[in-house]
Each structure stands twice: as structure tokens, then as C-alpha cells.
Design a protein around this ligand. Structure first.
Ligand code: ANZ
Length: 857
């Protein structure tokens, strides 16, 4: 798109200033993290690394601005800061571009990286460029392979055949998380189930720790993200219960969160797509088998979300088999129904329609018995009754017409009774509360050997193999005699072959299988001919530990030096979009715990604090190429300059909020920056001027900002800091314009403080100001000055104290004093005490901050 640069309304050549400082930064490399000789305390700030998709976009502009503000702020506060950058450069888009345009994935990727790198430089981000890494470099991905081997040794990497999500369009396997409403998250194509043998990482072994350790992040990560992680892991506590099936030797186990309701079970349901259903139906009549086969066909087209949806009619097939209720010997008809999922719990449930809504809907649809076993109208002793008050504060009588069980009969109302109450129709459990009954039921099951306490999780093992080219080759060998053995460590990295000559179009098998020479190898033990594993790893493996690789990206001997991890990690502030709230963060947390268990790191959580930014939207809608509503990063930089874009974004609102581009004013920001530069130019005093004199009210504005800025930055209130800077620049201008103000020492002080703090948002402008103010070196490296506490004292006002209508004293009090404090000061004042004598105060009228009026007898 061609585009005319906007005229410079400001008198400053923004672009020349930008070029000048970018060249100086590039030459001096001032933002490298300090090494062992640097004794300052360390801080590690990291923005989620980018996928090399081409030009930077507004999402990048926001993300890397925020991490840069934090990095610069910490530098000014005396920390040795690590703020690295790299690229998450494996993945499907490179491969799809290669298929579409015939470009090599490698060339496409690295050309995009160069383009983005130039974008970051043009944006003035203070990265430590010496640590740049690309996950698609063999120097990086060999350590994915190393990690895989270590996981494999510990039984944490394994192969199994299972139904997987298969994107018909991309012809590849997708993790559950990558399926959105039955479609591929990346291409939108249809996703079906397909049985394949795949490699998995055993994240479920870590489910409890991944869940429990979230508590230590409370207050440091957005609560919403913690909640999303909790739901994703989805721990349920209850019991496994064994049911006999007529005509089957082995029992079938179900998981239930409500073993207390066992007496209310009236039927039994298995997932139609489970092996169990297939086995149970095998011995049934032709008619049943046919009905079942047809049903299964339909179910296989449904997504898990559809199957669990409560607002669709219940469907199912009776299998003509019976289960036996272990507590009372009752025969329960066995059904296959889609609302039971094959891969949750044990893929089968005991159905208790009176107390479970899904079971109730099903029972009503197929006319199955409904048996109430918890009287939810019965009071629970020991529970503290909630007394509700009406508008006049009078307790509402809780005894209402809902008091009878009959009136809430689920068979009539269609509403399952899920609340607490007292057990009925349940033999030895009768009279117990729900909680006690659950405990008692588990005890009884355990003593009879028909069940046990159990936990179930929503979390599934992490499917990591992909049938695609542009990823880390899985370092395993399939031998002639059917063994699967690791590529020995000393043969790593196992480098990808050249893409040239390979057919990358998705066909359901990995393109690497077609790399004739590459795929052939030998059995490391016997030397016999063998084949390499043709699959590559999910790119989430690459990003699960990259923050550690930044600590020594060029180390050819190890993934990362544990010594460096001790010094820098965990990451102090991690900045990124909420779209990564679940997967990426969960995987990084998992791998960190695995590395902890292996003894490579001494911490168990990778990111001590997490900053989620909102999205940059346009007119209320998400920006997208296809909708043609993009605001382009490069256009904004060309038109207004990097600093104006940075200031405008930082000023646009709280970090976590979405920012509508219509409310972002780059022209306003540009004008503000010119005002700041003009202030620096107008300063008419020497650098030797002491920071202790001059206009007192301007000094107060300066010092309050110096005092507040660190906490405001820690709280990510970046927009507030920008507003305060604007206020400071305006206040300085007023003093300059008042006669001989330009030589007032307070003006220099204000201008210098402006440059030091503005550096967070507008680094080019801040450096230029610093130079104009007469300094060499980078303002970006200058420690902030301490605020003078004397200037932080609040404004005071005179309060008048009257006794019986006569003024007896005046007091200097803080303008924000409250009435209790003002009355206390007034009563304690010596003059008041003296003029009161032995008279007693009968009434005090206190109007803070100015008047206290006492009456006496
Ligand atoms: C009997 C029962 C009675 C249940 C009752 C609930 C209430 P959460 O909390 O989501 O973990 N269930 C077990 N396996 C299932 C599967 N594969 N597909 C669908 N549902 C399944 O849910 C646990 C409950 O979900 C279990 O407890 C079981 O129903 C059902 F008044 O057992 B319950």
C-alpha cells in the first residue's frame, strides 16, 4: 500500500531523531544483560516470543511495548535486566506458504524473521540482541530432541493408539485444545476422529501439581487465567464403583462424584464410541446391533462439545444388557448414549436421574424410572442457616410451600435435585447429609471390595506428534524387529532434510517418510537397517522451555546451564496475550516441573508474574486481513514515528483492556512529544544546577511523579504514568512562560525527570531531550533520582476552631484530613484546652478540613 507521510506539524524531524538513536543503539548495544561481573540484582522480563508471520502488527506493537516499559523501568531502578528476543519459527504457516507458493519453508521463515527484526529495531525496543534464537535452528531444536529422550527415559514420552482429532484440510493431528467448535483452530477446516498411533507426553502424571501450584500464583497471575487453568485440568473427586454385568465375567467400573446416590441408580450408560459398547452389543440381536451401528455412525460426527450440550434432545440405544447395582442387587438396563464420553472417567456411568440433570433428561425421554434418594428440603444440622432479611430488615420465614418433597419431584418438574439434604430410600445411609453420605458410601464400597475413592481429571495427555515437515524430527528409530529405540544423544541433532524434492502436501502421513535417504538409518544396537520416525513435534514443545535457552542460547553442550537458571529464572514478568492462557502456559509449567524433578532447575513455576494485554481492535471488531480492517504497524511508524505509536498505545487504557484504534491518538501523542522536546530546548541553565531550588509547586509535581512511578509501573498502570508525564510537561511549560522561568533550576529538574521517565514510553525522544539538556551517554541507562520527601508532604490548609461561636485557634492541617482526625487535633490543641477551662463540650460540629465548632454548657 502506498502512503504519503503526514506533514510534520511539530517542527521536529521525528524520523531523523529515530534514525539517529537507532543507529547509536545498534552500535553501542547498551541493553545487553550484565554478566557475572555485574553485581546489581537481576530481573528477567520476557514477552511471549513471536511467530515469524511477516510484518509486525498492532498486537506485537502492544505486547513488546509493555515488556519494554517494564524492562526500561527496572533498568532505571538499578536492576541488571534481561529482556531477550527470539522466534517461535517452526510451524504450519511456513509449510502452507511453501505448498502454495513453492517457497522453501526455511527461506520463507528466515525472510520473515529479518522483516520482523527490522520492525522491532524501528520500534526502539530495548532487547538484548546478543541472545537471539530461532526454534527452527538445529542448535535450538537438538535440545527439544534431548528433552524428548529424557522424557522417554522416564516413561513421560510414550506411544499409543487412540482416536485423535484429525484436520481434514491440513491433514494433520490436532490437540484437543486446537479444536474449536469442531473445527481446526488454524485453518477452520472440519475436524474428524481418526485412530492413529501417536507420541504423547504424560502431562496427566502432573495433574495434581499443575493444579495445586496455581495457588502460589494467586495475586501474581490474572485470576481469570488461573481459573481457566483450573477448569482445563478439571479435577473431580469421588469414587470408582464396580458393577457386575449379566453374562460378562469382568466387572465394569464407573466414576461418580456422587457415590451417596447409588441407591438411586436406575439405569446404566456407556459411551457409544467406547470399546466397551462394541463388546456389549456384540452378543445382542441383529436388530439391536443394527440400531447401535447406525447410532454410532451419527455420534462419530459430533464434537465433544455438542455431545455435552444440555439443550439438545437426549438420544441413545438400549443394548439389551443389564448391570447389577452393587448395593441392592437391582437390575439396571444398559444403554449407549452420546452424552457419556469415551475418554472421560471410564467411559460409563451409573445414571441417577433424580439427582443428575443429564440422566434426568434421558430418563424422561425414554421413560426410565426416577428414584429420589436425597431429600433436599430436609434441614442439615450443623449447617449455619442463612437468614434472609426483607427490605425492612425483618427475617423472612424460610418455611414456604416448597417445603414438601412432592412439590419438587424431579419426575414432574424436570429439574434434578442436586443440592444438599438428607438421604432417604438408601438403607444404611438414611438420615445422613450429602457430605457424610459420600464418605460413608465410599467406606462401605471399600470394605466390600466393590469400589474405592478416586479422582478424575479433564486433562488428557499431550499429543505431541505431527505428520508435517516443518518441525523438530522425533529422535526415535523403528528397528526391523519391531523395537522402537532412541537416536543416541551423541547423534543429535537429528537435522531435518532439505525440503527441496519433498512432497509437502498433506496426505495423512509425514512428508519425512518420503525423504528416501533421510528416513533410512541403522539400528544403533545391531547395525541392522532401520527407519527413522517420520513425525515431527508439536511446536508447543519448542515454546515450553525457550525462556531457559535465552540464558545461554549459544551453549553447544547443554540445553541451558543450571547455574544461569539459578541466577535469572524464573521469569519475573511474562507478557503476552490471553489466547495463551491455557495451552502454552500449561505446557511450560509442566516441562518446568519435569526439569525440576530431573534436578536441572530449582524452581517449580516458570513465570513469577504474568501480564495479559488486551487486544487492539478497530470499531469494536477484531482486526483481520480478510475483513480488510487492519491498521498497519509500518504505516503508523512511517506517519507518526515509533514514539508516538508507543505513547498512544500506552496511554490508550489499562493494559488488560482491549483498545479500540478509534480511541488511540497518535497525532495527540506526537504533539505531546514535541512539547516535551521544546521544554528541553528552552531550559536555560547548566547541567551543574542543583536539584534543590526553584519553583516549589513545579518541584512538587516532579517529585511526586518520581515517587509514584515505580509503584505505578509495578501495577502496570502505564497509562497513568503517561498522563502524569503530560501534566509535568504542561506544568514546566507554564513556569518557562512566566517571565525568566527558563533559567529556574526547577525547570531543568522537571525536564531531566521527564526525559528519564519518558524513556519508558518514547525512548528516541527521551534520548534526544537528554542530549539537548547537555548530557552524553544514554538516558536509558541513567538511574532514576530519589524523590525529596519534603516535597511529598500533602498541601495543608488552615482549619478554624470555634468555641461557642468564637474563633479560639487555627491549625495547619493536611487538605485531606478526615473528620475524626480533625476533631482529635482540635480537642488536643493547647489554646482550645486553655479557653475551655473546666467547661464540658456538649456538641461538636466538624467540617473537614476547615471548621470545627464546639458548643459547651
Ligand atoms: C452418578 C451421579 C449422580 C453423578 C449424581 C453425578 C450426579 P464431573 O463433576 O464433571 O467430573 N460421568 C462420569 N463419567 C462420565 C463420562 N465418561 N461421560 C459423561 N459423564 C460422566 O462429573 C462426574 C459425573 O459425571 C459422574 O458422577 C458421572 O455421573 C458423570 F447425582 O455419577 B455421576
Amino acid at each position: 500500500m502506498s502512503h504519503t507521510p503526514a506533514p510534520e506539524p511539530t517542527g521536529f524531524d521525528t524520523h531523523a531523531i529515530q534514525r539517529k538513536w537507532q543507529e547509536r543503539w545498534e552500535k553501542a548495544d547498551p541493553f545487553r544483560a550484565g554478566g557475572d561481573e555485574d553485581t546489581r540484582p537481576r530481573k528477567y522480563v520476557l514477552a511471549m516470543f513471536p511467530y515469524p508471520s511477516g510484518d509486525l502488527h498492532m498486537g506485537h506493537a502492544e505486547n513488546y511495548l509493555y515488556s519494554d516499559i517494564v524492562a526500561r523501568g527496572w533498568r532505571h531502578r538499578g536492576y541488571n535486566v534481561l529482556n531477550p528476543i527470539g522466534w517461535d519459527s517452526f510451524g504450519l504457516p511456513a509449510e502452507n506458504a511453501a505448498i502454495k507458493r513453492g517457497a522453501e519453508p526455511r527461506e520463507w521463515t528466515y525472510a520473515n524473521i529479518d522483516q520482523q527484526k527490522a520492525g522491532f529495531r524501528s520500534y526502539g525496543v530495548s532487547f538484548d540482541w546478543s541472545r537471539e534464537l530461532h526454534t527452527s535452528d538445529p542448535e535450538y531444536y537438538r535440545w527439544n530432541q534431548w528433552l524428548f529422550q529424557r522424557m522417554h527415559e522416564r516413561g513421560l514420552a510414550y506411544r499409543k493408539e487412540s482416536p485423535v482429532n484429525w484436520c481434514v484440510n491440513d491433514q494433520t493431528v490436532l490437540a484437543n485444545e486446537q479444536v474449536v467448535d469442531g473445527h481446526c483452530e488454524r485453518c477452520g477446516g472440519e475436524v474428524v476422529k481418526k485412530k492413529l498411533t501417536q507420541w504423547y507426553f504424560k502431562i496427566t502424571d502432573y495433574a495434581d501439581r499443575l493444579l495445586d501450584d496455581l495457588n502460589q500464583l494467586e495475586g501474581f497471575w490474572p485470576h481469570k487465567v488461573l481459573q481457566m487453568q483450573r477448569n482445563w485440568i478439571g479435577r473431580s473427586v469421588g469414587a470408582d464403583i464396580d458393577f457386575e454385568i449379566e453374562g460378562r465375567d469382568e466387572k465394569i467400573t464407573v466414576f461418580s462424584t456422587r457415590p451417596d446416590t447409588l441407591h438411586g441408580a436406575t439405569f446404566f450408560v456407556v459411551a457409544p464410541d467406547s470399546d466397551l459398547a462394541a463388546e456389549l452389543v456384540a452378543g445382542s440381536s441383529d436388530e439391536v446391533r443394527e440400531r447401535f451401528a447406525k447410532y454410532l455412525d451419527a455420534v462419530q460426527k459430533e464434537s465433544d462439545i455438542e455431545r455435552q450440550s444440555t439443550d439438545r434432545p437426549k438420544t441413545g440405544v438400549f443394548l439389551d444388557r443389564y448391570a447389577i447395582n452393587p448395593v441392592n442387587g437391582e437390575r439396571l438396563p444398559v444403554w449407549a448414549a452420546d452424552y457419556v464420553l469415551a475418554d472421560y472417567g471410564h467411559g460409563a456411568v451409573m445414571a441417577v436421574p433424580a439427582h443428575d440433570q443429564r440422566d434426568l433428561d434421558f430418563a424422561r425421554a425414554f421413560d426410565l424410572p426416577i428414584k429420589v434418594v436425597v431429600d433436599t428440603t430436609a434441614p442439615i444440622t450443623g449447617a449455619i442457616p442463612v437468614i434472609e432479611l426483607d427490605d425492612d430488615g425483618v427475617p423472612i420465614d424460610p418455611g414456604t410451600e416448597e417445603d414438601s418433597l412432592d412439590s419438587i419431584d424431579p419426575a414432574k418438574t424436570g429439574i434434578a435435585l442436586t443440592g444438599d439434604g438428607r438421604m432417604i430410600n438408601s438403607g444404611p445411609l438414611d438420615g445422613l447429609s450429602k457430605r457424610n453420605a459420600i464418605a460413608r458410601a465410599i467406606e462401605q464400597l471399600e470394605s466390600r471390595g466393590t469400589g474405592r475413592a478416586a479422582k478424575t481429571y479433564r486433562l488428557r495427555d499431550w499429543l505431541i506428534s505431527r505428520q508435517r515437515f516443518w518441525g523438530t524430527p522425533i529422535p526415535m528409530i523403528h528397528t526391523d524387529d519391531g523395537r522402537i529405540v532412541p537416536v543416541p544423544d551423541d547423534q543429535l541433532p537429528l537435522v531435518l532434510p532439505d525440503a527441496a524434492g519433498l512432497d509437502l502436501t498433506p496426505k495423512g502421513t509425514s512428508p519425512l517418510g518420503g525423504a528416501e535417504e533421510w528416513i533410512r538409518t541403522t539400528d544403533p544396537e545391531t547395525g541392522a537397517p532401520a527407519l527413522r520416525d517420520p513425525d515431527t513435534m508439536d511446536t508447543f514443545v519448542d515454546s515450553s522451555w525457550y525462556f531457559l535457552r535465552f540464558l545461554a542460547p549459544n551453549d553447544a553442550t547443554q540445553a541451558f546451564p543450571p547455574k544461569e537458571a539459578d541466577k535469572w529464572a524464573p521469569v519475573d514478568a511474562y507478557v503476552g496475550g490471553v489466547e495463551h492462557a491455557i495451552l502454552h502456559l500449561l505446557y511450560a509449567r509442566f516441562i518446568t516441573k519435569v526439569l525440576f524433578d530431573m534436578g536441572y532447575v530449582e524452581f517449580t513455576e516458570p513465570f513469577s508474574s504474568l501480564i495479559n494485554q488486551g487486544m487492539v481492535i478497530l470499531g469494536g471488531a477484531k482486526m483481520s486481513k480478510s475483513k480488510g480492517n487492519l491498521v498497519l504497524f509500518k504505516d503508523e511508524i512511517d506517519a507518526h514515528g515509533a514514539d508516538a505509536l508507543r505513547v498512544a498505545l500506552a496511554f490508550a487504557g489499562p493494559v488488560e483492556d482491549d483498545k479500540d484504534w478509534n480511541d488511540v491518538s497518535t497525532t495527540g501523542a506526537q504533539k505531546f512529544l514535541s512539547r516535551a522536546l521544546r521544554v528541553a530546548q528552552d531550559v536555560d541553565s547548566e547541567t551543574s544546577v542543583v536539584w534543590a531550588e526553584g519553583d516549589a509547586s513545579l518541584r512538587r509535581v516532579t517529585h511526586r511523579l518520581l515517587a509514584d512511578a515505580p509503584a505505578l509501573i509495578d501495577q502496570t498502570k502505564f497509562n497513568v504514568v503517561v498522563a502524569r508525564l503530560m501534566d509535568l510537561v504542561n506544568s514546566t511549560r507554564k513556569v518557562i512562560d512566566a517571565g525568566a522561568g527558563a533559567s529556574d533550576p526547577a525547570v531543568r529538574e522537571a525536564a531531566e525527570a521527564t526525559a528519564m521517565i519518558l524513556d519508558l514510553f518514547a525512548p528516541h525522544t527521551a534520548e534526544e531531550m537528554w542530549e539537548i539538556l547537555g548530557y552524553d551517554g544514554f538516558v536509558g541507562l541513567v538511574p532514576w533520582r530519589n524523590a525529596d520527601p519534603m516535597l511529598l508532604v500533602e498541601d495543608s490548609v488552615k482549619a478554624v476552631i470555634q468555641i461557642d461561636g468564637k474563633v479560639r485557634a487555627t491549625l495547619d492541617v493536611p487538605a485531606k484530613i478526615d473528620s475524626a482526625e480533625l476533631e482529635r487535633l482540635a480537642r488536643a490543641d493547647e489554646r482550645v484546652v486553655r479557653s475551655l477551662g473546666d467547661r464540658e463540650i456538649t456538641r461538636a460540629v466538624v467540617r473537614p478540613p476547615k471548621v470545627v465548632s464546639f458548643s459547651t454548657k
